[in-house]
Design a protein around this ligand. Structure first.
Ligand code: UD1
Ligand code: UDP
Length: 389
């Protein structure tokens, strides 16, 4: 690992937060806020623009200004082209900005190339949401590969849970480089709910409210079409209203719209901003999702989750009894949802508010650790160094 040297002319730690998709903006917003509140940091947001509308929606709603935008998104982008545009643009950005630390989040292609570009330039990398693993290299695709590629390039692994820290230890990561922080998504969820500005997207009264999100690449095509038929079956119940904010990906819309486009009890809406999504989640009775972030948020609000995937890197919610890994087979998806809506006792057992993913102070812990390691005390700098209280 390259050694860390703050240039003497600097009196603040220059931190580049690299992000490109909706969840990265949501999950790095608390880190940006904590750094902006500290006199020790000069944070800068490097946006890759891997997502366009969905990223801009979050950046603007969460008041995050980017210092760069690489605008890499293409319609129906392929992973190889996306990776090529990202690594080239990020290499140039890191060389030009000369950050003291590059912060990446999660397992997107933006995160993987952000870590690689920093590593190539000798800049230490901090990984927020480190250590998540399904153990199956192709699922989720390509996220399991991305996060495994990131790990060896990282100086600070910020693991959300003890389980994710254990995954890193099992791979031989030095325990001194791992901090269990909680997930920053919980920081942001609590922050947003406290402001109370969001509006639920449910409209009917007296119906059971089901919130659905779907987007995973490995589910696209036939699998997602099959899940849509399960949702149509569920919406056949007169006591149900389904809200489904559609991901912008055309592959998702191709699979869902032909089956669900016209149903009176299914509201297909454009992506909700984070305030409205949080309010919608708070208002719902049941969640069906293949999203990572939504699996983390729902337990905090006591909402049972049916995970529409065959694997999860977030077993904590399943272990806590608030999530069920139901897979993607339409009959099983529909049966699991009907059962929870019909069986009060089964529903009650799952509708418990628990916080396996954090207490809302993850960003504080992350920023404190970076300050300790980068602000002079442990870097061995002399006169003019920064001190951490
Ligand atoms: C990406 C991440 C995934 C993450 C998800 C969060 C990768 C490979 N995938 O998946 O890990 O869970 O974001 O949502 O990093 N599009 C738009 N406007 C947008 C966003 C997307 O038009 O605002 C369309 C474009 O046609 C784009 C396509 O969606 O080519 C796919 O976007 P991409 O970022 O490649 O993959 P996601 O499925 O969004
Ligand atoms: N989300 C949102 N609006 C929506 C759908 C989701 O704000 O219409 C938020 C959600 O609260 C979660 C994040 O987006 O924090 C999850 O993003 P996504 O499912 O796209 O990606 P993943 O978490 O699977 O990587």
């Amino acid at each position: 690992m390259p050694s860390i040297h703050l240039p003497r002319r600097r009196n603040r730690i220059r931190a580049a937060l690299v992000l490109g998709t909706r969840p990265e903006a949501i999950k790095l917003a608390p880190v940006l806020r904590a750094m902006s509140d500290s006199p020790l940091f000069e944070p800068m947001v490097v946006s890759t623009g891997q997502h366009r509308e969905m990223l801009d929606q979050m950046l603007s709603r969460l008041h995050m200004d980017s210092s760069r935008d690489l605008a890499v998104m293409r319609d129906r982008q392929q992973l190889s082209g996306l990776t090529a545009r990202l690594i080239s643009g990020l290499g140039e950005a890191v060389r030009a900005d000369e950050p003291d630390v590059v912060i990446v989040q999660g397992d997107t292609t933006t995160a993987m190339t952000g870590a690689l570009a920093a590593f190539y330039e000798g800049v230490p990398v901090a990984h927020v949401e480190a250590g998540l693993r399904t153990g199956v290299i192709g699922n989720p695709f390509p996220e399991e590969l991305n996060r495994r590629l990131v790990a060896p390039m990282v100086r600070w692994h910020f693991a959300p849970t003890e389980g994710s820290a254990a995954n890193l230890l099992a791979e031989g990561v030095d325990p001194g480089q791992i901090d269990v922080t909680g997930n920053t998504v919980i920081d942001n969820l609590l922050w947003v709910l406290e402001r109370g500005e969001g509006r639920s997207a449910f409209t009917a009264s007296g119906l059971r409210r089901v919130l659905v999100t779907l987007h995973r690449r490995e589910n696209q095509g036939e699998t997602m079409h099959g899940i849509a038929t399960a949702l149509a079956d569920l919406a056949g119940r007169p006591d149900v209203e389904i809200v489904l904010p559609l991901h912008k990906s055309p592959a998702v819309r191709d699979a869902l719209l032909p089956v669900l486009g016209d149903h009176p009890r299914i509201r297909l809406v454009e992506p909700l901003d984070y305030f409205d999504f949080a309010a919608t989640l708070a208002a719902c009775d049941l969640v069906l999702t293949d999203s990572g972030g939504v699996q983390e948020e729902a337990p905090t609000l006591g909402k049972p989750v049916l995970v529409l995937r065959t694997t999860t890197e977030r077993p904590e919610a399943v272990q806590a009894g608030v999530a069920l890994l139901v897979g993607t087979e339409p009959g099983e998806v529909a049966a699991a949802a009907h059962r929870l809506l019909d069986d009060r006792a089964a529903y009650g057992r799952m509708a418990a508010a628990v916080n396996p993913f954090g207490d809302g102070r993850a960003a504080e812990r992350i920023v404190h650790r970076l300050a300790l390691d980068l602000a002079g005390r442990t870097t061995g700098h002399g006169e003019g160094d920064l001190a951490v209280a």
